[in-house]
Design a binder for this molecule. Sequence first.
Ligand SMILES: Nc1nc2c(c(=O)[nH]1)N[C@@H](CN(C=O)c1ccc(C(=O)N[C@@H](CCC(=O)O)C(=O)O)cc1)CN2
Length: 298
Amino acid sequence: MTAPQPASAAIPDAAATEQYVLTLSCPDKQGIVHAVSSYLFMTGCNIEDSQQFGDHDTGLFFMRVHFSADATVTVDKLRASFAAIGEAFRMEWQIHRSEEKMRIVLMVSKFGHCLNDLLFRSRTGALPVEIAAVVSNHTDFAELVASYGIPFRHLPVTKDNKPEAEAALLELVREENVELVVLARYMQVLSDDLCKQLSGRIINIHHSFLPSFKGAKPYHQAHARGVKLIGATAHYVTADLDEGPIIEQEVERVGHDVTPDQLVAIGRDVECQALARAVKWHAERRILLNGRRTVIFA
Ligand SMILES: Nc1nc2c(c(=O)[nH]1)N[C@@H](CN(C=O)c1ccc(C(=O)N[C@@H](CCC(=O)O)C(=O)O)cc1)CN2
């Protein structure tokens, strides 16, 4: 029996190809990798990188495939032709063009170190994102944001106007085709409804090594506990404060003599590192949600 032949067995010339990323999760069973790789082969695509994980606890299978195809293959054609495989294996799947930068919104309150870091990383190309706007409940960073030529939106929040402020954010997300909202030290608790509407699309940096020291003033909590390590945790935002799926964490050793203010200062770098890694992985579609946890194909 002769092997199935694709449209063209030759590996597409890198100059005339498009790069794509397929991500999927589904109930684990035999034949998933075979079905995906055969589909790509028969569609004339070339697999550049493939990672997969089968979770025995949840019985779920996760896969991320980076592949190339010649310019005649479009993302719409791929999505249309892959649908049958997705349905057959009950997959949750996405196919995206790798070159397309993810559009994001950054949100900040009074501490601007993570905002500053993400603006610079985006400007220098270290972060494959397009910052559509920066939103804040204060005006402290309007000038910094304007210096990058990025729209700044002041949305003050009071105990009476939170629904209106969140409605304005949602309108911005929709109008600007934003895929991800990044809370870069944004210090307002988001409503259950907003968390539900943007489930899996809001990343927060919490300034502690979760699950320790949830809530407000974690460095002061850590100081009172006499910790020898402080940390930062980037996580998806859910209605349960600081309980969302963890994406990345970073720690720093501290001595017995540090003050809370020194912890705040030391913590800035680990917060920036953890948040930047999380945003980059999300933008490169390397994170898959696995219940309350994440699978990271870094
Ligand atoms: N629904 C969620 N909202 C937010 C989350 C989350 O996980 N789920 N993470 C926080 C960030 N955060 C700690 O990292 C945090 C922010 C704010 C507060 C808080 O008590 N805020 C007060 C107002 C404080 C102020 O006005 O300065 C409040 O909202 O009433 C605790 C923890 C971001 N939001």
